[in-house]
Design a protein. Structure first.
Length: 144
């Protein structure tokens, strides 16, 4: 454990279209996980799992405009966030701020369809980048 109460969960990979990313991850030995169109986040999401390497969430545009659109205007694909689980997201954010980090929320907590309705929120950490916090620990039974 660390002083922020965070546990690494996955890398977030934004892509214009997922086929090449899926093929590359499959060649590395990843297996396909759950895939959904999340109307709250307005993106398509698919988890990719590996026994020895970090999990990857592949994110591509849905039918409506979303925050990843600006990322994909400049890049065909980009790992743009790291995701952590936290038993108490508010306490984790408070700990980061107490340690002197500028932590700016970019979204309000909202239910994540990919994680069985468990809430997630996003924060920009000055000097580090974008992180996603899963509020709790999704388990296979809570994932759709």
């Amino acid at each position: 454990m660390n002083s922020f109460g965070l546990t690494f969960h996955h890398f977030g990979l934004a892509v214009r279209s997922p086929e090449k990313a899926f093929a590359y991850l499959e060649a590395l030995g990843y297996s396909a996980g759950y895939s959904v169109l999340d109307p709250l986040q307005k993106v398509n999401l698919a988890m990719q799992y590996h026994d020895e390497m970090p999990d990857v969430e592949v994110i591509w545009p849905g039918d409506e405009s979303s925050p990843i659109d600006s990322i994909l205007k400049r890049n065909e694909s980009l790992i743009y966030h790291l995701c952590y689980t936290s038993a108490d997201a508010q306490a984790s954010v408070a700990s980061m701020k107490a340690a002197g980090f500028a932590v700016m929320p970019t979204t309000e907590p909202r239910a994540a369809l990919l994680f069985g309705g468990v809430e997630v929120s996003f924060y920009y950490i000055d000097g580090f980048g974008l992180i996603e916090l899963i509020h709790g620990e999704p388990t296979p039974s809570s994932i759709l």
